[in-house]
Design a protein around this ligand. Sequence first.
Ligand code: GLN
Length: 490
Amino acid sequence: MFDDLMNFTARQINSDLKKKKYSAKELLDYIYKKIEKYDKDLNTFITLTPEIAYTQAEILDKKINAGEEISDIAGAPVGIKDNICISEVKTTCGSKILSNFISPYDAYIVQKMNAAGMLFIGKMNMDEFAMGSSNETSYFGIVKNPWNKNKIPGGSSGGSAAAVAARLVPLSLGSDTGGSIRQPASLCGVVGLKPTYGRVSRFGLIAFASSLDQIGPFSNTVEDNALLLQTIAGHDHQDSTSVNLEIPNYLENLKQDINGWKIGLPKEYFGAGLSASVRKVITKAIEQFEKKLGCEIVEINLPSSEYAISVYYILATAEASSNLARYDGVKYGYRTETYENLIDMYERTRSEGFGDEIKRRIMLGTYTLSAGYYDAYYKKAQKVRTLIKNDFDKALKKCDLILTPTAPSTAFAIGEKTANPLEMYLSDIYTISVNLAGIPAISIPCGFSEDDNMPVGLQLIGNVFEETKIYNAAYKFEQLNDYYKKTPKL
Ligand code: GLN
């Protein structure tokens, strides 16, 4: 019955359900069986939530059988990154310190997806507190890349990306603070979008670096991605940074011609750090934009990009050190078993509950925020952040969208970079500035490397609230190539 779920898109599932080709319950049986078969090895899920999904399916099947109207995303199975709260479900953030935490409430976007009739399959594995680029810092074990199980899926939303690539779920949600949606999307060969800061409510997203964090969708196709953003976007009074702006119809303009659009190539993004095989694939994609889609390629400059990694690791760690102060073993989460007094309890809880990468960042962050160093590091970094934003403002006056590689290389081997944090941090060199500037960007599959046959992603960056334009160009490119029809052998 499900053999014809060829590309496993939310769109197709929704239309099949409406035509009663199968029921939502039958769909869940199929999905959970598939997960049981393949996820032992891939490890993309931390928690499965069949109690919720089957209840949602029952409600939906009743509606369909009663001839009631259902939304265009109803029945779409979704995996939710484990830093997004679902009421009465364990929400671990990939950490030991929250390994027993049951959320007492739903994130805003979870309420919206539930109201739209989506099916919550489970919570996705991730780097601890979303800090990482390889999903190797998770307390719940590494995630494997479905295209080659000796390789990392990228991070921090590694579980979300790998599960979509493996067709365990057609849709998932991640969070992106410096690249954590786009980089794993690129390395797993799926579509991942980081929306404009403020487009999607962060209420119920466990904070890493609040001025950078943004929730966004993963999918196999651009259309599915737009559909999910449409469902989760919007103003929420519970998040003071969520904007009260009209939500465009992201699906309406997908198919429009992009003939004559100016695509900007920042020369800083095509320098020495870019692997030759990735460069080759991206160059071919640029040619397609020019020759097949009729775009004009223009050179642009983003001169402050060279400071992006340094600025990010000052600001993100500063914010993280403050956000993570709440995990002290008192109100919720893990508490050490034996201790002598309150201070000793705090110290032991945090020493035992946090992994090495988290401790490194808390130390860095408290240092840059300390009285003697605040001006030299934190304040200076804030100023450079403005310069980075100004670069994008200027560049986006000269072009419609900016095109770059998403990541400097394809997925690397498990363990390859764990001993070298600096090298790991460079995985986000092309994505981090976008978060600092608060603008939206997508990663879409654009081919496979001839070196290792692993997927390569390209990034399209737009101006604030121009997700519609990004989706439009991404869709046109996708239609030329249909990379999403190629699936990994599990
Ligand atoms: N890899 C980056 C980091 O480790 C970005 C993480 C993210 O976007 N959550 O901080």
